[in-house]
Ligand binder design. Structure first.
Ligand code: ASP
Length: 440
């Protein structure tokens, strides 16, 4: 039985006619690729614009009654470059005219944003000789803005014929709700690929981008960090939550139940191994003790002290409810006998600190409340840490040798991560020190 692949190509992989050629080569080499999911053309270099950003701008201008001809022309030229250099037989002028009229007639923001993937899908399908399936006809949302799984799977299975040699292009990023176009959040083509991989029971969901997978640490901080060869879904969740960005955070959920691996690959270096994201139950040979280090700046710690805090059974509930009613997520909550610290992100806190402190005073009558901002969190993540002795000793020795003062420590109950709170100014030093102690 053939084992199918679903292959999603990101914006930079399809930014120019030159990139299109690389994609064709990759797809032609693997006959098992049944469905190709394109993003809209992305940036050609640092200073360039993503087509999706330009489309959002067109909508913005048009909704204020302003002209958007110049920006639309920039979009059109990008697609013409691809079509003309590759001699793709598509009447782009006609489709672009229609889109422009629709934007002028105030079609929804999601409709406008989705046209980059739509156009790229039409061009790519023609170029590869694959069948084009409009995502609006196979990806369905529900009232809660989530994918209507049942309807989507049914329709995908109807349209994608696994029994013959046909191959398909389904644009990423959008679907429909009650016949109006609806998009995922930014970067959502990753989710489209995952939804399709699940629907057709793919062997592998390939995600082609412009890096050779995940790195152990951010290359802007650590020089030449090692690539991660295997990472589990859970480890990836931990690392992406803490800032490691390659794949959309929600892209693992559709493939998770069936345990379909996601293979991150580099369109510009297709022979690099890439990173394989695998189920937590994957049978690993012994690899590294830690899989990755990630982190973020911009947190505040609010420490509440109260003698005999533990004897008041409603203490924790009342404390947490202050954050809940102020719509603030709690990141971590390490505690002592007579004190507890709440760590929240500054973005969430957004000027509400004094209000929060006042409410804690009123509801909990604490002995003391101390708040300190400018904190960073660093997460050391790895399945290799589970039931392995000495990992935290290694992390903390590295930090102490580097002169970093640790303000908070928290280990997840799954033993998959150690989270360390430190001053913003120590952030980079800490990551370098931890990396060095495990990898040099
Ligand atoms: N083109 C969309 C964006 O820029 C979606 C995607 O690339 O996945 O966010």
């Amino acid at each position: 039985m053939t084992e199918f692949f679903v292959s999603k190509f990101g914006g930079s992989s399809l930014a120019t006619s030159k990139q299109y050629k690389k994609v064709k080569e990759i797809v032609n080499k693997n006959e098992n690729i049944k469905v190709v999911v394109p993003s809209a053309p992305g940036k050609r270099d640092e200073k360039d614009h993503k087509i999706t950003d330009l489309l959002y701008m067109c909508h913005q201008l048009s909704s204020h009654g302003l002209k958007f001809d110049d920006i639309f022309k920039m979009i059109a030229e990008r697609f013409f470059e691809i079509r003309d250099n590759l001699s793709i037989d598509v009447d782009l002028e006609k489709i672009l005219d229609e889109i422009k009229t629709n934007i002028e007639n105030n079609r929804s923001i999601d409709y406008c944003a989705s046209r980059g993937e739509h156009l790229n899908g039409i061009l790519l399908a023609k170029y590869l000789g694959f069948e084009f399936i409009d995502a609006a006809e196979v990806i369905f949302f529900n009232e809660m803005n989530e994918v209507d799984e049942k309807k989507t799977i049914e329709e995908l299975q109807n349209k994608i014929k696994l029994g013959d040699k046909k191959r398909y292009v389904v644009p990423g990023f959008y679907g429909s709700f009650k016949s109006e176009i609806k998009t995922f959040s930014r970067g959502g083509s990753d989710i489209t690929g995952s939804v399709i991989a699940n629907a057709i029971d793919a062997k592998i969901y390939e995600n082609w981008t412009d890096v050779s997978g995940f790195l152990v640490a951010d290359p802007k901080i650590v020089e030449n960090p090692k690539e991660i060869e295997h990472i589990t879904y859970k480890e990836l969740r931990e690392l992406s939550y803490m800032g490691a960005k390659v794949l959309h955070e929600e892209a693992i959920f559709p493939v998770k139940n069936k345990g379909i691996p996601i293979h991150i690959k580099n369109t510009n270096r297709p022979y690099d191994k890439g990173t394989l994201i695998v189920p937590d139950t994957w049978n690993f040979s012994k690899e590294n003790l830690i899989t990755g280090i990630a982190g973020k700046k911009g947190f505040t710690v609010i420490t509440v002290e109260k003698t005999l805090m533990n004897s008041d059974k409603s203490f924790l509930r009342k404390l947490v409810s202050v954050f809940e009613t102020n719509d603030i997520s709690i990141e971590h909550m390490p505690s002592g006998i007579d004190s507890i610290s709440i760590i929240v992100s500054d973005i969430d806190l957004n000027g509400k600190l004094s209000k929060i402190i006042e409410e804690i005073r009123i509801y909990l009558n604490p002995d003391n409340i101390i708040s300190s901002s400018n904190m960073a969190l660093v997460a050391v993540v790895g399945r290799g840490m589970i039931r392995t002795k000495g990992i935290s000793a290694k992390v903390f020795t590295a930090l102490s040798d580097a002169g970093v003062n640790i303000r908070m420590i928290s280990q997840g109950s799954s033993e998959l991560n150690i989270i360390i709170g430190l001053e913003n100014s120590d952030f980079e030093t800490a990551i370098r020190a931890i990396y060095k102690s495990f990898y040099n």
